[in-house]
Design a protein around this ligand. Structure first.
Ligand code: HEM
Length: 483
């Protein structure tokens, strides 16, 4: 299946937004992009053999959706690229944390934070994840309607504050989620505004953005101040960051520490919350899949509570998680900017080229996935995806900047979905297709309203107290395509 069309196709250069020469076409394209960014990008990149060389005003942009091109950028030639900064105000939102820094400060922070996400530590958080999920659904009642997207983002936030900081995040959850939304909407509208004023001019919307960023800083500073890791045997995130020294023996400044924490807080709940929302949406649309998932959980666990160790014995649940991340990858685009010349498809490109790689488009390519628009978890179990090329599936990016939270996210999503599925069945309120809103992450536009039906009462679920068993932790599945 994967031997087709391996021939390298010459890149095509297309000049869009050359407003002076083609004002009408440029304007039409602009409105199409505003109405349906994802659909337009996919059409454009497919019609150009998955490689498009665009000029948008003075900016040169390569749009890539073939796995081998993505691999060149994220792995083979990764030294020629940095994270792209300017257009989406990433640093404004995330500060100078792991997502946005480069070079020595990034290497130091990555080395320090990595152990926090070790598989064993993540598995040990399983009990917290399951009990926070139980706590969230104690508010749910049979027959009730709820916006599952809001529920899942709130849950993901409390999970990340409790696990990473040992802080009960409910008091700041609303403030952080609201500020994150405002900041992302501002970044998005600025990206597409026809007249882009310099960022320092205080317009009402830029003032809202600054206020939202300040709210985020205040919230994370409050969390850091309230976190006390003094007695814990295993050093927590803050201890690791505080003890870190650079090559000159200097500790992180309070601002650096805060920015790293803010990045983990935001990256750790926004993506996972969205992934969970899309997963429930897909399960609601596919009753057969949901039925199979319920049967698998019933057969293995009955009324026992789910644990991180049992995930290794729930192949269908893991396949459901993978498949939903294929159809709705929360990080729908991965972007880089060249800092040195690079070659792709035998063409040499200069510095300052923006390269946009689209998991959204690659994951929906029929060359790699049969009936790519269908939600079919079975494809991850029946061998049909066994020989996927690297980067035909990359919801967590790849190369040195691979998502540091991948093991955490996969464990969390599976535990939350499995635990809720044991107690509730979530039905869509209507057949209406929910549109994705491609902000910094892929959110469901206007939420995911669903009706809740109780399957088993919460009291009848027996908590398992078995200690974490190392052999079974090793079975917690990771992304099937490793980069
Ligand atoms: C379904 C959930 C998640 C998805 C789809 C996701 C996706 C991604 C992707 C695609 C990247 C690479 C971006 C790039 O190369 O430009 C990334 C990086 C990152 N993610 Fe995640 N992520 C998820 C969950 C998490 C969680 C739970 C955390 C932390 C608690 C986290 C923290 C980070 C950080 C810190 C980076 C930057 C890593 C670096 O540059 O060294 N993510 N994520």
């Amino acid at each position: 299946m994967f031997e087709r069309s391996t021939a390298i196709v010459e890149p095509r250069t297309v000049s869009v937004f050359s407003v002076y020469r083609h004002p009408w076409q440029s304007f039409k394209l602009y409105w199409r992009v505003r109405r349906d960014l994802l659909g337009t990008l996919v059409d454009m990149v497919r019609s150009a053999e998955n490689f498009l060389d665009l000029r948008i005003g003075s900016v040169r942009v390569l749009l890539l959706s073939r796995p081998e091109d993505v691999q060149e950028v994220l792995i083979t030639q990764n030294r020629a690229f940095h994270k792209a900064k300017g257009p989406i105000f990433m640093a404004g939102i995330f500060g100078q944390g792991l997502l946005t820094t480069e070079g020595a400060p990034w290497r130091r922070a990555r080395r320090l934070v990595q152990p926090v996400f070790h598989r064993q530590r993540v598995a040990a958080w399983g009990g917290t994840i399951v009990s926070l999920t139980h706590r969230q659904v104690t508010e749910w009642h049979d027959g009730q309607e709820r916006d599952i997207a809001a529920e899942m983002t709130a849950l993901a936030f409390t999970i990340v504050t409790e696990t990473l900081f040992g802080f009960q995040g409910d008091s700041v959850s609303g403030q952080v989620r609201d500020a994150t939304s405002k900041a992302m909407h501002f970044a998005n509208s600025r990206q597409f505004s026809l007249v882009r004023l310099p960022a320092w001019i205080p317009t009402p919307s830029s003032r809202r953005f600054v206020r939202a960023c300040q709210q985020l800083v205040d919230a994370v500073s409050g969390i850091i101040a309230a976190t006390d890791e003094g007695d814990s045997e295993v050093p927590g995130l803050l201890t690791l960051l505080r003890e870190a020294v650079d090559d000159n023996g200097n500790h992180m400044s309070p601002q650096e520490l805060r920015d790293h924490c803010l990045t983990l807080l935001l990256a750790g709940h926004e993506t996972t919350g969205n992934a969970l929302a899309w997963l429930w949406y897909l399960l609601g649309q596919n009753q057969q899949v949901r039925g199979k998932l319920e049967s698998e959980l019933n057969a293995l666990l009955g009324v026992e509570s789910l644990t991180a160790e049992s995930l290794g014995n729930l192949p269908y649940l893991n396949a459901v998680v993978r498949e939903s991340l294929r159809l709705y990858p929360p990080a729908w685009a991965v972007v880089r900017q060249s800092i040195a010349p690079f070659r792709l498809r035998d063409v040499e490109y200069p510095v300052n080229v923006h390269v946009v790689m689209l998991p959204w488009a690659v994951h929906r390519d029929a060359e790699w996935f049969d009936h790519p628009e269908e939600f079919r978890p079975e494809r991850w179990l029946d061998g049909s995806t066994r020989n996927l090329p690297s980067f035909a599936y990359f919801p967590f990016g790849g190369g040195p900047r691979l998502c540091i939270g991948q093991p955490f996210a996969l464990t969390e999503i599976a535990l939350v979905v499995g635990t809720i599925c044991q107690q509730f069945r979530l039905e869509p309120l209507s057949e209406i297709k929910i549109a994705p809103e491609p902000l910094v992450t892929l959110r469901p536009a206007n939420g995911v309203p669903m009706r809740l039906y109780r399957r088993v009462s919460e009291e009848s679920l027996e908590p398992r107290t078995r200690p974490t068993d190392e052999a079974s932790v090793a079975n917690v599945p990771l992304c099937p395509v490793s980069h």
